[in-house]
Design a protein around this ligand. Structure first.
Ligand code: BG6
Ligand code: MG
Length: 218
């Protein structure tokens, strides 16, 4: 018998590598504003909401803007980002993700998406994964960004599954913190040092089977 009834997946960095498209768009905005926004700077934006990401970018560039100007800059960045994601297809699903989700379906474990992105549904459509999730909670449905647990708690609530029967897959520190605060099991996908607060960390789904995961949790 498995110990969890629902698996909640973050999107960016777990299911697809959209961080590279976010970076291209933020870098372009930095360039327009007259500074070089580096890949290292971009690490700080993982799991962070669009407006908070813009604040970090402006802080890196030492630039101040009014609320109205910020709104316009965020819109501009998002338009460039949407141009990139409209080119995506199923080849961009990260290795092993689809077979892992299929294993969950076979085991009758519910699946959810818990993402900060307001573009989550567009991305799922592009890569053909929309119908693989029983529930989708994205940046349009929540008011409090990760590390607040709202996004994950809402997903659990929608399917009436107790939080302690949920497992969260996350690549961002803020996301692991959100999952822990929600009282869920947390699985880090990525660097074990960065994700040290997770219950377990794996480098990706390529090597991960449901059986292996259950054995690691036992
Ligand atoms: C998160 C990403 O999933 O979504 C962040 O990790 C991003 O980098 C955030 O800023 C918001 O995304 P969007 O698509 O609503 O701008
Ligand atoms: Mg992420």
């Amino acid at each position: 018998m498995t110990m969890f009834e629902m698996a909640i997946f973050d999107l960016d960095g777990v299911i697809v590598d959209t961080a590279k498209y976010h970076y291209l768009a933020w870098h372009r905005l930095g360039k327009e504003l007259g500074f070089n926004f580096t890949k290292e700077d971009n690490e700080r934006l993982k799991g962070v909401s669009r407006m908070r990401s813009l604040d970090i970018l402006l802080e890196v560039g030492g630039i101040e803007k009014t609320a109205e100007e910020k709104e316009a800059l965020a819109t501009k960045k998002n338009q460039w980002y949407v141009d990139y994601i409209m080119e995506m297809d199923e080849s961009e699903i990260l290795p092993g993700v689809l077979s892992f989700i299929n294993e969950l379906h076979q085991a009758k474990i519910r699946t959810a998406l818990g993402s900060a992105s307001k573009n989550a549904r567009t991305i799922l459509e592009r890569v053909g994964l929309t119908n693989h999730f029983d529930v989708i909670v994205d940046g349009n449905l929540v008011s409090k960004a990760k590390p607040d647990p709202e996004v994950f708690l809402l997903a659990a609530q929608k399917l009436q599954i107790p939080p302690d029967k949920c497992i969260v897959f996350e690549d961002a520190q803020a996301g692991i913190e959100a999952g822990n605060k929600a009282g869920m099991l947390t699985i880090g996908i990525g660097d074990p040092q960065l994700l040290k607060d997770a219950n377990l960390v794996f480098s990706g789904f390529e090597e991960l089977t449901l059986l292996h995961l259950i054995m690691c949790l036992a």
